[in-house]
Design a protein around this ligand. Structure first.
Ligand SMILES: CC(C)(COP(=O)(O)OP(=O)(O)OC[C@H]1O[C@@H](n2cnc3c(N)ncnc32)[C@H](O)[C@@H]1OP(=O)(O)O)[C@@H](O)C(=O)NCCC(=O)NCCS
Length: 179
């Protein structure tokens, strides 16, 4: 499955993406809203998990490629939420781009295609996005996509220790406009 936008391709992961992806998720600035940066082995395992998710139908995270020069910018897509959030349905949408590519609207452009795919091809009744409360850039992407914050669904991430500044999460939602 490939998705295409004006400037971007969302496509399957390739081995040739592994160096660029590892550099992105080893960058402390990119990862400042995650508990830690990722080692090369963890970056490879992350890609492997995205490929596995596509194979077993639990995830649709794809590589984002810029059409003009073939650069691999990062990831976006949807996936089943793999821990319990009582107030959320099954599907989340997410994104991570290398910092050289920020501020040009690439994340919302790519994610809009993934959202459309979730609604029209996966027939998801609703898609949510969540992030650390302090991650305002990611919340801007959610807002640009038309997702709306549901303060009643704020939650503490179960995998982040109590007292950690990234534990408090916010959740945004959008129902499938096709009903
Ligand atoms: C969140 C992210 C994907 C946004 O991608 P993007 O393509 O830059 O998105 P946009 O161009 O629409 O910018 C979104 C917001 O990012 C912020 N932003 C833009 N350029 C930035 C920069 N160079 N440095 C810091 N923040 C920046 C702005 O708040 C912007 O909002 P605005 O357009 O209203 O000014 C990107 O910042 C990223 O990969 N962050 C690290 C990973 C992450 O936190 N992922 C989400 C986990 S839930």
């Amino acid at each position: 499955m490939n998705l295409e936008t004006e400037r971007l391709l969302l496509r399957e992961w390739r081995d040739a993406d592994r160096d660029a992806f590892a550099a992105i998720v080893a960058d402390p600035h990119v990862m400042r809203f995650y508990p830690a940066t990722r080692s090369r082995a963890e970056a490879d395992a992350w890609i492997d998990k995205m490929i596995e998710g596509r194979a077993n139908g639990t995830g649709q995270f794809l590589a984002v490629e810029r059409k003009s020069d073939g650069a691999m910018l990062g990831l976006t897509g949807t996936a089943d939420i793999n821990f319990a959030i009582p107030t959320a349905p099954k599907l989340e949408i997410g994104w991570v781009l290398g910092q050289d590519y920020w501020g040009q609207g690439y994340a919302p452009e790519a994610a809009r295609a993934a959202l459309e795919h979730a609604f029209t091809q996966l027939n998801a009744p609703e898609v949510v996005a969540f992030t650390a409360r302090v991650n305002l850039p990611s919340q801007r992407v959610m807002q640009k996509l038309g997702l709306v914050r549901d303060p009643a669904a704020d939650f503490d991430h179960p995998r982040i220790p109590e007292g950690h500044p990234l534990r408090a999460h916010v959740l945004y939602r959008l129902a499938n406009p096709q009903g």
